[in-house]
Design a protein around this ligand. Structure first.
Ligand code: ATP
Ligand code: MG
Length: 433
């Protein structure tokens, strides 16, 4: 059964039709990126004896059945159906030519469902995704509070919906991200204040995707650690997902005035690394560590850092929803992502979290992300071609030992040398005066 459902997923296949790897097929079913070129770390490695292929030639941005190709400033260009392109979407039957190599694109997608109606307002919307999906139209997605209140009313009237969304009183909006809106809500029976996140999918969501998402999120219920935001409830109604978790009254660290004094910044990083070490031991990688996902809990005099959104990146990916609710498959977090995570769409090892934790510490100490992202440059290209700016260039008064640890933790090519949270934690503790 599971296999049949997997086969129904949208896919993009690249078949190498000329050059040195004729007949090799690369099939993608999950959102992400894949580098094409001569370098050993390319997911599609071509033209090893062809000087017209650059080491990092172009990048595929995948969200099957959607796929885009982006030339990475290659010397001899990327051609799609004979036309030189900087960036463009690809369709079934397209041919990409890079030096002597030809890549033919094949796309499979579940049959479109024709017209479907918005779960909230009932207006007709063109169908996307599989036949039995549900959707929320663009206009309603712009007013998520109204959608939420309506859904909560329906749930409490017993009309529809998951028990999980029962008994919440929505108080006010506390934040927005690329994937949804977060509200402060009171859980009526316990009286507890909770953060109630609502994610409204752009695409129709079928029951398979919906259950996959919720199953992955439920995996995070077992995470119990002082530095991880506690999960409370999850549920879905049509194309709307709800996640309720512990409310952290100190907000996220991206809202702090930075730079912070080194002792304070390092204390936050040590808490983050404790949470990561614990989750990694349980086999869970976060994949979206950044200042917005580091929250502060407890009284002002004794704030405790906590990691939010554990399991969310993977839940989106497993449910095939990433590109529909985020801005591109990489989301908005490229500045805090390491090179291995950007170039390999399946790379989800603990060290990517450790690097992102170091990048978040760098931001707390300097007010900048580790790499320079000049205006009008492609952020993905920056991650691929630039290294982190040594931290003392940005914060000259930083203690030398601490600066050396942060700089080392931010090396990410050819690999990330400080690979475990415990290792970085030890190095940071030793570096403090
Ligand atoms: N449990 C919580 N307690 C307090 N504030 C929260 C909580 N969860 C989220 N927030 C606030 O809401 C904001 C939006 O959160 P959300 O997770 O939707 O987006 P994000 O993490 O900023 O970015 P992305 O969309 O990439 O995940 C956060 O930046 C944070 O300030
Ligand atoms: Mg978040």
């Amino acid at each position: 059964m599971a296999d049949i459902q997997t086969d129904m997923r949208a896919s993009v296949t690249l078949s190498v039709r000329a050059g040195d790897r004729t007949r090799h097929d690369y099939r993608f079913t999950e959102p992400g990126t894949c580098l094409v070129g001569r370098a050993p770390d390319c997911g599609v490695r071509i033209g090893t004896d062809d000087s017209r292929v650059s080491r990092l030639h172009c990048l595929l941005d995948l969200d099957p059945p959607e796929v885009r190709v982006r030339d990475l400033g290659s010397r001899n260009g990327t051609y799609v159906n004979g036309v030189k392109v900087d960036e463009c979407s690809l369709a079934h039957g397209d041919e990409i030519r890079i030096g002597r190599t030809m890549l033919r694109v094949s796309v499979t997608a579940p049959a479109p469902s024709g017209l479907t109606s918005c779960r909230h307002c009932g207006l007709a919307v063109p169908g996307t995704g599989s036949g039995n999906g549900e959707t929320i139209c663009g206009a309603c997605r712009r007013t998520p509070r109204a959608v939420l209140i309506d859904l909560l009313n329906r749930v409490s009237n017993g009309d529809a919906g998951p028990k999980a969304a029962h008994g919440y009183q929505v108080l006010r909006e506390i934040g927005r991200g690329g994937q949804g809106v977060v509200y402060l809500a009171r859980h009526e029976s316990s009286g507890e204040l909770r953060a109630f996140k609502v994610l409204l999918s752009e695409a129709a969501v079928d029951p398979y995707a919906r259950n996959g998402f919720l199953r992955e999120i439920e995996n995070t219920r077992a995470l119990r650690h002082p530095n991880i935001v506690e999960f409370r409830d999850s549920g879905a109604l049509g194309a709307a997902f709800f996640l309720a978790c512990e409310f952290c009254e100190g907000g996220s660290v991206d809202q702090l005035t930075v730079p912070l004094p080194p002792e304070r910044a390092v204390k936050i990083a040590l808490g983050v690394l404790d949470g990561l070490a614990y989750a990694h031991d349980q086999g869970l990688v976060h994949r979206d560590i950044k200042p917005q996902n580091i929250l502060l809990s407890g009284p002002v005099s004794a704030r405790v850092p906590k990691l939010a959104d554990f399991g969310l990146a993977k839940a989106f990916e497993n449910a095939g929803l990433s590109g529909h609710t985020r801005t591109g498959s990489l989301g908005g977090s490229v500045a805090f992502m390491s090179r291995p995570q950007v170039i390999d769409y399946k790379f989800a090892k603990p060290e990517v979290d450790v690097w992102s934790a170091a990048a978040s510490l760098y931001w707390l100490l300097t007010g900048s992300a580790p790499r320079r992202f000049p205006a009008r440059t492609d952020p993905v290209m920056v991650v691929l071609s630039e290294t982190a700016v040594p931290i003392r260039e940005r914060a000259p008064s930083l203690p030398r030992r601490l600066a050396a640890v942060v700089d080392e933790a931010l090396v990410d090519s050819p690999r990330i040398p400080i690979g475990t949270a415990a290792e970085l934690r030890r190095a940071l503790s030793d570096a403090l005066p």
